[in-house]
Design a protein around this ligand. Structure first.
Ligand code: PGA
Length: 259
C-alpha cells in the first residue's frame, strides 16, 4: 500500500460533548470548507449531537459518524439506537467494535459482525476497530489476535463494499504510548492479509494520536490515516492532524486551514 494514498482522519469524541461543544464542529466545518482538504475527514460525536453536528457540517467536506449501533433496525430495545436511526440523524459512517465496547459491554466478534451488516443495510460506512491488549502483545500474540479479530468481525457481506479498519492497540488508547513504527507496519500488513478475501479497505492507526506524532504515524507504510480520540475534541488540534495527513497523503490542501 502506498504511503501516498489519500489519508483518512476520523475523530472519536467518545462520551464527551454537550451542545456547547458544537462550536468545535462549526469551526472544523468552516476551516475545511475553506481548505478543501485532500484527506477524508470525519467526526463521530455522541449520538445526542449527531443531528445538529450534521446540520453544521452540511455543504462541507466534514462527515459525521456514529460510535456504535444496535444490530437490529427497530424494536423493543430500550436505550438502543439502530443503524437506520443514526443514518436518519445524519451519520454517514459508524465506528464498530471499539475496544471500549468490546471490554465495557463484552462485545464479541460475532456481535460486531452483525453490527457491520446492520451498518451496510442502513447505508453507513463501517469503521471496524481491532487491537491487542498489553498482555497479548507481551505474550507475542498481537498478530494472531488482530488477524483473528479481522477474520471474525468482518462479515462476508463486506465483499465489494466500502469499509475501513482501525488498528487500535488497547494499551495505546489514552495512554500516551504508541507502538514502534515497525510494529505498526507489521500489524497493518497482517490486517491487509487477513481481510484479503473481502477486498481492500483503508487501515487506520488509533491510540494516542496527537498533533505532534500524527505526521510520523501516517508516514508508516500501510497507515492510511488515523482514528483520534482525545485530540479530536478541539478543532485546532484536530486540524493540525488533518494538516499532517495532507503532508503525508497525496496532493495538498489548496490552502491550509488556520491552526
Ligand atoms: P486516544 O483514543 O486518541 O484518546 O488514545 C483513540 C481511540 O480510542 O479511538
Amino acid at each position: 500500500m502506498s504511503p501516498a494514498r489519500r489519508k483518512t482522519v476520523i475523530g472519536n469524541w467518545k462520551m464527551h460533548g454537550l451542545a456547547a461543544q458544537l462550536c468545535e464542529v462549526e469551526r472544523l466545518a468552516a476551516a475545511l470548507r475553506r481548505a478543501r482538504p485532500a484527506a477524508r475527514v470525519a467526526i463521530c460525536p455522541p449520538a445526542t449531537l449527531i443531528h445538529r453536528a450534521a446540520e453544521l457540517a452540511a455543504d462541507s467536506p466534514l462527515e459525521i459518524g456514529a460510535q456504535d449501533l444496535h444490530p437490529e433496525p427497530f424494536g423493543a430495545r430500550t436505550g438502543d439506537l439502530g443503524a437506520e436511526m443514526l443514518h436518519d440523524a445524519g451519520a454517514r459512517l459508524a465506528i464498530l467494535g471499539h475496544s471500549e465496547r468490546r471490554c465495557d459491554h463484552r462485545e464479541d466478534d460475532a456481535l460486531i459482525a452483525r453490527k457491520v451488516e446492520a451498518a451496510l443495510r442502513a447505508g453507513l460506512i463501517p469503521v471496524v476497530c481491532v487491537g491487542e491488549t498489553a498482555a497479548e502483545r507481551a505474550e507475542g500474540r498481537a498478530l494472531r489476535v488482530v488477524s483473528a479479530q479481522v477474520r471474525a468481525s468482518l462479515p462476508h457481506a463486506l465483499r465489494g463494499r466500502e469499509f475501513l479498519v482501525a488498528y487500535e492497540p488497547v494499551w495505546a488508547i489514552g495512554s500516551g504510548a504508541t507502538p514502534g513504527p515497525e510494529d505498526i507496519a507489521e500489524v497493518h500488513a497482517a490486517i491487509v492479509r487477513a481481510m484479503a478475501p473481502l477486498g481492500h479497505a483503508p487501515v487506520l492507526y488509533g491510540g494516542s494520536v496527537r498533533p505532534e506524532n500524527a505526521r510520523a504515524l501516517m508516514a508508516i507504510p500501510g497507515v492510511d490515516g488515523v482514528l483520534v480520540g482525545g485530540a479530536s475534541l478541539k478543532a485546532d488540534d484536530f486540524l493540525r492532524i488533518v494538516r499532517a495527513a495532507e503532508r503525508t497523503g497525496e496532493g495538498a490542501m489548496v490552502s491550509g486551514p488556520p491552526e
